[in-house]
Design a protein around this ligand. Structure first.
Ligand code: HEM
Length: 403
């Protein structure tokens, strides 16, 4: 049985925190998602998350955002400006791919266009694998594509990355190098496996593919949504165009407001581990599917106001409600990369020079600094391969030469 969708914000929040509900969104996508972090439950989830959390620390996010990300973003932006723009979705894939490749721990020995294009192709296939529940194409065909992509990813990227890291770990264990000389990424942490968790080779492969896609796909769609919302907002509020481009705190508020309206998956799903009474008093039995309507809950007027369905970066919220609503999840599966993507929530006394803005704000800032604007001759299109309401093609112009 499937529960009725839970759209009330408070009830949806409580449901996400209920510990006797396990993950239920990825049953269709087991080919990629079987045994990966977001699909684990109970002690196995706790152990894997505890180990991987060693990479996802706030101090490292700050360092990454300030020291490493700007360089790779600059390269991607420069090429986009050179070509006077193009498809924002494709640009987003390239910009975010660098980030998740770094965090997952995949080496790119050639750093050639061919190598990056191959990774981009694999990323797009893995993205289809994570969203199989919403796929419009023949699902068995997609599963076979994912199997082939996993084999290619393993041979060309994962095995060489493992070999290089294992050699470094052996040197560290022998006392020949310091810990600082080890890469700081998920693969290194999993290979060192200081907590001795159980992780067979096939699960490690899927975990790395999942990490590669988990951060990229969500961030890409969030980026394209927020740029669309900003273009739209500035049509009605032309006086804000300059402010949004110049004030990174206001821009980050735009990112959070857009993330609220456009959660990467419109629903979360859980399966009951045992008979459970849900926060809306509905009784469910073991293995029943529970649907949490994130998009609906994030537009709950009792929490976000009468204009909850509209984009408004100046929205005022009561209490501790997050400006992005439930879009980064809550409870045991709450997004591990949230601060990396969305930064820290700004307050009235936030000083931009000390603040962590998150990578989506940084990318949006760089695009706006180069005068990005919708291409008046080519309309954007929604992605027709998925039931998720994402942009599939978003033509933009950028830079002075584009006008
Ligand atoms: C705008 C960007 C992002 C959005 C909207 C987003 C959203 C989410 C959501 C809603 C969940 C919870 C899923 C559930 O409850 O079923 C989640 C989990 C997760 N996210 Fe993110 N995410 C983003 C960026 C990232 C980044 C940058 C990374 C990593 C580099 C990442 C890694 C993960 C992982 C590993 C999990 C699983 C956590 C667990 O099960 O313990 N995400 N994300």
């Amino acid at each position: 049985m499937t529960s009725s969708p839970i759209s009330n914000y408070a009830q949806a929040s409580k449901t996400l925190r209920q510990r006797d509900l396990r993950q239920g969104l990825y049953d269709e996508g087991a080919v990629l998602m079987d045994g990966v972090l977001v699909n684990l439950h109970g002690d196995r989830h706790k152990a894997r998350r505890g180990l991987e959390n060693k990479v996802f620390r706030r101090d490292f996010f700050r360092y990454y955002e300030r020291e490493i990300f700007p360089q790779s973003l600059q390269q991607t932006i420069d090429r986009f400006v050179e070509s006077s723009g193009g498809d924002l979705v494709e640009f987003g894939f390239r910009a975010m791919m660098n980030l998740t490749i770094d965090f997952a721990g995949m080496d790119r020995p050639d750093n050639s266009d061919e190598e990056n294009d191959t990774l981009l192709r694999l990323l797009r296939i893995f993205a289809l694998g994570t969203t199989l529940a919403h796929a419009k194409d023949d699902r068995e065909k997609v599963r076979q594509q994912v199997r082939d992509a996993l084999a290619e990813f393993d041979a060309r990227f994962l095995q060489p990355s493992i070999a290089r890291r294992q050699a470094l770990i052996d040197k560290f264990d022998a006392g020949d190098i310091d810990e600082d000389a080890l890469p700081r990424d998920v693969l290194t942490v999993l290979l060192r496996n200081e907590d001795n968790i159980d992780l067979p080779d096939d699960e490690l492969l899927r975990e790395m593919a999942f990490f590669f896609v988990a951060g990229a796909q969500t961030s890409i769609h969030s980026l394209v949504h927020v740029m669309h919302e900003i273009f739209d907002w500035c049509c009605g509020h032309p006086e804000d165009a300059h402010r949004i481009a110049e004030d990174p705190v206001l821009l980050q508020r735009c990112v959070h407001e857009s993330a609220r309206l456009h959660p990467s998956s419109p629903v979360a799903m859980r399966r009951a581990e045992c008979p459970v009474t849900l926060p809306n008093n509905e009784q469910v039995n073991k293995d029943d599917l529970i649907v949490i309507d994130l998009m609906g809950a994030n537009r709950d007027e009792s929490v976000f106001g009468a204009d909850a369905a509209q984009f408004n970066p100046y929205r005022k919220l009561e209490g501790s409600t997050a400006p992005y609503g439930l879009s980064f999840g809550l409870g045991m599966h709450a997004c591990i990369g949230r601060n990396l993507a969305a930064g820290v929530i700004p307050h009235a006394d936030t000083k931009p020079e000390d603040h962590q803005f998150g990578t989506i704000t940084l990318i949006a800032q760089a695009l706006l600094a180069h005068g990005v604007r919708p291409d008046p001759l080519h309309a954007p299109e929604m992605d027709t391969k998925t039931e998720r309401p994402n942009w599939g093609l978003y033509p933009v112009l950028i830079g002075d030469l584009a006008s």
